[in-house]
Design a protein around this ligand. Structure first.
Ligand code: DC
Length: 232
């Protein structure tokens, strides 16, 4: 059976990573986190002291960078030029840097090409901000995940706490609002729901419930693709 390309987009804290990983696991698909690539570029720009508002220099840095997402133990490791930065890219500083480099058109061109290459011939769940609109406008199933800003900030706060970064809720709420604004208002590939994306508001849903709903929708699409193939 033809394997699908499933695009999951949504704002920070909407549960994309947990849900996309679980959907991939339930379907036996590959999980691809496009945000990790922006974080990889942000991490390298910080390390090399490249000013994040210097579009030309950051775009040149992106072109000269190799980013690999390598499957490992049900998750994946992120390698930037061969260096494992899986843990470092999850800090609050790198999150901010990633959202700044993500507004640069030259960076997006490089990473979108990488994302298309990584998806191969399907059987992937890719999550990000522009997967259903720019990276795979013809994806078989598009989901736009959302939740209230307070719930998203609390999820983010818990994530930081689990990694030993203890931040006040108000501080995280401010960060989430700032990143929302940057993601939604940027000129290139802003975060918007594709017209044909299914809106899933999971403010009151667990990650498992959200994942199972998406798997249900994927099975429907698979059945439709099968019926279509029979007719040809
Ligand atoms: O999903 P995340 O928090 O790991 O993403 C890090 C940053 O990268 C975030 O600020 C938005 C940006 N991003 C993007 O612009 N386009 C994507 N497809 C994925 C992430």
């Amino acid at each position: 059976m033809r394997k699908l390309i499933i695009a999951i987009d949504g704002p920070v804290g909407s549960g994309k990573s947990t849900v996309a990983r679980r959907v991939a696991e339930l379907l036996g698909y590959v999980y691809l986190d496009s945000g990790a690539m922006y974080r990889g570029v942000g991490w390298k720009a910080l390390r090399d002291h490249v000013p994040l508002d210097s579009e030309d220099r950051v775009a040149a840095l992106a072109r000269a960078t190799r980013i690999d997402l390598v499957s490992s133990d049900g998750g994946f490791r992120v390698l930037v030029d061969g260096t494992d930065v899986t843990n470092q890219i999850r800090s609050a500083a790198v999150a901010q840097a990633a959202s700044k480099v993500a507004v640069i058109a030259g960076v997006r061109t490089v990473l979108v090409a990488e994302q298309r290459r990584a998806a191969g011939s399907g059987g992937v769940v890719m999550e990000g901000r522009d997967i259903g609109t720019v990276v795979f406008p013809d994806a078989d199933l598009k989901i736009f995940l959302d939740a209230s800003v307070e719930v998203r900030a609390e999820r983010r706060r818990l994530e930081y706490a689990q990694k030993g970064e203890s931040l006040e809720f108000s501080e995280v709420l401010k960060e989430v609002r700032q990143r929302d604004r940057r993601d939604r208002e940027r000129a290139v590939s802003p975060l918007v729901r594709a017209d044909d994306a299914v809106l899933v508001d999971n403010t009151a849903m667990s990650a498992e419930e959200t994942a199972r709903l998406i798997v249900f929708l994927a099975h429907e699409r698979e059945a439709a693709a099968k019926a279509e193939a029979r007719q040809v």
